[in-house]
Design a protein around this ligand. Structure first.
Ligand code: NIG
Ligand code: FE
Length: 415
């Protein structure tokens, strides 16, 4: 049993409501065996505590402390980058054109299918470690670069294995409906049949992933195809997510509401009436501003979504195509500077609301009693430093279950 006291911290954390945060100017956190025992004003936390009860004291020198980031939407398990495709996009070729001509997601499918487990693991671990150094303590990772039963199961097993090789908590999502693989290019319905009749039952029996996601998009999976996949996944006990209205408005947001999905993601092109359906159905909006940045698209209308009453989470979408970044601080900065979100809304989006979007809000996402002591020390007084000190990550140190797991090289002032 170890007890640690983090003191002289400017603590800033969301609490149970949608985007409300609380802060303590001179705050403290008492951590017992990796769990938060108490948090609040330093005087209150110290009350009744005898120095002999504390094994280690960490003086944070007045720096800002926020919960560890939860990144609820990534495709960071892959084997190769797609820099040549990025150059094509810079020259004006669109993301969907590249996919239609057999590149994009399909080129990552080719490389993942032929890569060794060690190669995929090495690349993915690198992504996870970069994310961790930037404050991510929990990450969702989707399959979806296998697109046949054996390759999808292999990806999900690798994602699971990865979770045991890093301090970061990893939540897997099955995304066999990420694209129609080239062997089914003349028969997309045949691929949906395979997903429904073979892949979903096999994946659920072998790997039991908590979530299933579908790329509902013009030229990828139609609303009715996506519905079939989601119905099958639900029958096999998976909770649902939808890549909805990322490039075109096909009604993915309405489908997410109809199916009672946990979340609809992207929503760059979503119609207001369908956003309203999401509000009624309690679907969380997961917004991915780094994807809009990388695809040079207008950002999702976060302000409108928040004003409609949606719960908004933020994620990197880290993948080798539409958004190659592992950085939640970058996403936070874009949300504040480009999407009209307040600092508290953006912080909630990267922490508690993100945890809700992947079903881990009981254990992380905020600095509250009995949750994991996953926290970040920022090189500033408030979380706004992440938008203000743009282009760098003002993350000094990262703690997972109360243990320091990453430290910026210039951080000599703490411990
Ligand atoms: O969320 N839209 C589909 N999937 C990812 C991109 C994956 C890729 O290009 O490899 C996304 O943008
Ligand atoms: Fe995505």
């Amino acid at each position: 049993m170890t007890t640690k006291l983090f003191r002289d911290a400017r603590i800033h954390t969301p609490v149970s409501d949608k985007s409300r945060c609380v802060s303590w100017e001179r705050g403290a956190l008492l951590v017992k065996d990796g769990l938060i025992e108490s948090v609040g004003r330093e005087d209150d936390v110290l009350q009744g505590l005898h120095p002999s009860q504390i094994d280690q004291e960490i003086d944070l020198g007045g720096r800002c402390v926020v919960p560890g980031f939860v990144d609820p939407h990534t495709h960071m398990c892959f084997s190769e980058l797609r820099e040549r495709e990025f150059a094509l996009r810079l020259s004006g070729v669109s993301y969907l054109e590249i996919l239609r001509s057999g590149g994009g997601i399909l080129s990552s499918v080719r490389s993942v299918r032929s890569a060794s487990e060690e190669t995929i693991l090495a690349r993915t671990l690198k992504n996870v470690h970069i994310a961790l150094s930037l404050g991510t303590t929990t990450v969702e990772i989707k399959s979806g670069y296998g697109l046949d039963t054996a390759s999808e199961i292999r990806m999900l097993r690798l994602i699971e294995r990865l979770g045991r090789k890093t301090p970061v908590t990893v939540v897997p999502t099955f995304m066999g409906a990420h694209a129609v693989p080239s062997e089914f290019s003349d028969d997309p319905e045949g691929y949906v049949d395979l997903l429904v009749k073979e892949m979903i039952p096999a994946v659920s029996a072998e790997c039991n992933p908590p979530f299933c996601d579908v790329f509902c998009e013009e030229g990828v999976f139609s609303v009715s195809q996506a519905r079939r996949v989601l119905e099958a996944a639900r029958e096999h006990g998976m909770k649902l997510k939808v890549h909805a209205d990322e490039v075109t408005d096909t009604g993915g947001a309405a489908l997410a509401a109809e199916m009672g999905a946990v979340s609809a993601e992207h929503l760059l092109a979503a119609r207001e009436e369908n956003l309203a359906k999401m509000v009624s159905a309690g679907v969380i909006a997961v917004l991915l501003p780094a994807t809009a940045y990388s695809l040079r698209k207008p950002y999702a209308d976060a302000r409108k979504m928040l004003d409609l009453g949606l719960t908004v989470a933020l994620a990197t979408d880290c993948n080798p195509g539409s958004s190659f970044t592992q950085s939640v601080p970058f996403v936070f900065g874009l949300a504040v500077m480009k999407m009209g979100m307040t600092v508290d809304e953006a912080l909630s989006g990267c922490t508690l609301n993100a945890a809700r979007a992947i079903g881990v809000d009981k254990i992380c996402g905020s600095l509250e009693k009995n949750k994991l002591a996953d926290l970040i020390v920022l090189d500033g007084d408030t979380p706004a430093i992440m938008a203000y000190n743009c282009g760098v990550a003002p993350v000094l140190s990262v703690y997972k279950r109360g243990e320091c797991v990453a430290k910026r090289p210039d951080d000599r002032g703490i411990n």
